[in-house]
Design a binder for this molecule. Sequence first.
Ligand SMILES: Cc1cc2nc3c(=O)[nH]c(=O)nc-3n(C[C@H](O)[C@H](O)[C@H](O)COP(=O)(O)OP(=O)(O)OC[C@H]3O[C@@H](n4cnc5c(N)ncnc54)[C@H](O)[C@@H]3O)c2cc1C
Length: 401
Amino acid sequence: MTTPTAPTLDTFLAQAREWLASVAPTRTERSWGQGTDSVTVFENWTEDEERAETDRIRAYERAKYDAGFGALTWSPEYGGRDLPTSYLLAFRRVEAGFDVPRRTEMFPVTQQLVAPTIAQWGTEAQQETYVRAMLRTDVMACQLFSETEAGSDLAAVRSRAVRSADGWRLNGHKVWTSGARVADVGVAVVRTDPDAAKHAGLSVFLVPMDAPGVTVRPIRQMTGGTSFNEVYLDDVELGDHYRLGPEGEGWKVALTVLASERLDSGALGLENADQAVELARHLDRPLTDLERDGVADLVTRSYVQRLTGMRVAASLVAGRDPGPEASVGKLLATDTMGRTSEVVRALLGPDLVADRGYWGTWAWTEHVLGAPGYRIAGGTDEIQHNILAERVLGLPKEPRR
Ligand SMILES: Cc1cc2nc3c(=O)[nH]c(=O)nc-3n(C[C@H](O)[C@H](O)[C@H](O)COP(=O)(O)OP(=O)(O)OC[C@H]3O[C@@H](n4cnc5c(N)ncnc54)[C@H](O)[C@@H]3O)c2cc1C
């Protein structure tokens, strides 16, 4: 159902095309051997580059928000237009035809994970301070969830917040925090009641990343880049107005963030899979039977991934929570990424590991070394399998600590 004032989808898309054409050139098909050959999965940026690139993407996201295309499904209160999800998905399809900046992980985290969580759990003041600002990317967020002993088992976090004279004092160590170097706010899951049952003693705080006591240390990944970091919280003093959601209900708040996390991963890896198929087409030698099999398998599986993405989209459009289908989407995405690596390894052989200066060859190291990270980020493959086993197949739940 559209709102009474909503334009028809055709009118809306015509307006969207007109606006997009005013801010970006149309995306031309990648021609083999020309332009960038980057197939990176995690960017390999210095802090200055990360900041500059984040600002470049922000400038586009702000313009989109200001033009009325940035918060389509949100209520006017947050600068949105109350449009149905089908409009959002249609906009994304049209947007993909233009050469607009590609969002890094921080953007969906800010706009699609954290902003809705604050809208759901925040006080009126928090909603006013953060939601619009995050949708417009004036304020960027990172997830201070994982710790060295608490990843899949997030409720095992040991970082603590204790009551102090002016509110709370936070201490602890978070790890694998994507985008922490440039984020303004970190959403931290911490223990506020060590005596309560594991899931009951948690609370969530919105930690200003420039607060005294917050230290960010980049972690070098095997790709050579540092897209994630360690974050130390040493006697970080926060007023109670930084607490998001009721004290002791942090697990529910965290689940709100995590529920959105898997929805966006379904299309991951498809562009690179297509590029691997192009590589096979442009090799200056015939493929072996084994290579042909690998390429055919990749093509088939990327179609299955695309179709699954459409099922998730159809559920969203129908107003249903796609639930476990999103887990299938994430698994298919990481599988496609792994198979892409296998195909390019077979096709390129030594050219994959030694840079001989040929376009579209050595660049694949960034994919091969980055892809395994996605089997872990946003819930590991094994955890996605558990979700499917328990919620779709109805198999007995595994023992919980
Ligand atoms: C690229 C990248 C970006 C990330 N960004 C962020 C971020 O911004 N913020 C943040 O908070 N975290 C982030 N993470 C961390 C990520 O959420 C965790 O790495 C992930 O949840 C797994 O936790 P862990 O590393 O502690 O592994 P563990 O949970 O210790 O798991 C180790 C192994 O055991 C398996 N395992 C664990 N439990 C089970 C089970 N019940 N059944 C079967 N197998 C199991 C896992 O699948 C895995 O293979 C990021 C990770 C990566 C790789």
